[in-house]
Design a protein around this ligand. Structure first.
Ligand code: NAG
Length: 332
């Protein structure tokens, strides 16, 4: 009996007693992106060799394209980039809607790959100004990386414990964007979660849940995984009106628990989602030769349009569920 009690109490420490159910709020498939998202033409805040174009230009050049079931965003793989321009034509899109406590499931077939590329799928505070309200990076990597990096960037006073219930590897624990040159607090996934090997296996599913109660968690299932929960796989987007991370989901790849070392309400508010694809810049440019590439990053971007044929996002769907917090069950 004593052993049984000990095991039960250990389990209750690892798995929160209360659970949050999430209800489907929005499904973005194909043309939904043209209606529900904005094409940002800003100068890249991360100093990339990129020219973000409007929706009209992107559609005219086929840098953004949709069918009933697919949405594509790509780099210009046709033109040489003249010296006195912002850079290679590409796309950065922002969801018109912002979401608080929620669970996002991205069914992604292909992500941009190759030297000089720096694609990301992330969310940031609608209110800002950055980093107020927080930033959550769900997919990020550069150049020939094969491992996805998930991280938070926050205002001061948010750190993560080294030991957490997660399968990924902690790379840094201070989320404050003002320290460590804005490294943020990161967790790295295994090989195959990013870039060329991710695309070779047909991509997969990313899920990011954020609640006051359980903090911020990210899961990843590759296309060939036998363990994808049915509600995540959802052969028809929107088939399941509710979703709830339960023990069958397994431990998240990255867990960012909220507590005394990082107050949730003080650091995170309603976020808009972003997909972008920049080149070189603060990250991909600075680690160009240590992440599988050689020579000058900017020269490569300028002169090799044919190298960007696989620098595209192919999105099957993005579903956003919003949280319905359920009360803690009575303590027995
Ligand atoms: C536009 O891009 C899509 C997606 O890559 C592709 O299937 C389609 O053939 C392209 N259209 C043209 C006219 O090139």
């Amino acid at each position: 009996m004593r052993t049984g009690v000990a095991i039960l109490s250990l389990v209750s420490v690892l798995i929160p007693a209360a659970s949050t159910q999430f209800t489907l709020a929005d499904v973005y498939v194909g043309n939904d992106f043209f209606n529900g998202w904005s094409w940002q033409t800003i100068n890249d805040p991360t100093n990339g060799r990129v020219n973000y174009v409007s929706q009209g230009v992107a559609r005219g050049m086929n840098l953004s394209y949709a069918t009933d079931t697919k949405f594509f965003m790509r780099a210009d793989d046709y033109n040489i980039v003249p010296p006195n321009t912002r850079g290679r034509n590409s796309v950065r899109i922002l969801s018109n809607k912002a979401y608080g406590d929620s669970l996002a499931v991205l069914d992604l077939q292909h992500m941009p790959e190759g030297c000089s590329t720096w694609p990301a799928f992330w969310s940031l505070s609608q209110k800002g100004p950055w980093p107020a309200g927080g930033e959550i990076d769900i997919i990020e990597g550069v150049n020939m990386d094969t491992q996805n990096l998930m991280s938070l960037h926050t205002s001061p006073g948010c750190t993560m414990p080294q030991q957490r219930l997660e399968t990924g590897t902690v790379t840094s624990t201070n989320c404050d964007a003002n320290v460590n040159y804005n490294q943020g607090c990161g967790v790295q996934d295994a090989a195959g979660s990013f870039g060329v090997p991710f695309n070779a296996r047909g991509g997969g599913w990313y899920a990011m849940a954020r609640t006051q109660q359980d903090g911020i968690r990210v899961w990843f299932w590759p296309r060939d995984s036998p363990d994808v929960p049915l509600a995540v796989r959802a052969p028809v987007p929107g088939l399941f009106p509710t979703i709830m991370p339960d023990p069958t989901w397994g431990a998240p790849v990255a867990a960012f628990p909220i507590g005394p070392y990082c107050d949730y309400a003080a650091h995170f508010d309603a976020h808009q989602f972003v997909f972008d694809l920049t080149f070189c810049g603060d990250l991909a440019g600075n680690v160009y030769t240590s992440t599988g590439c050689s020579g000058s990053c900017v020269d490569f971007v300028n002169n090799n349009p044919q190298a960007f044929t696989n620098a595209y996002w192919e999105v099957n769907s993005l579903r956003i569920y919003t949280a319905t917090e359920t009360p803690y069950p009575p303590i027995v």
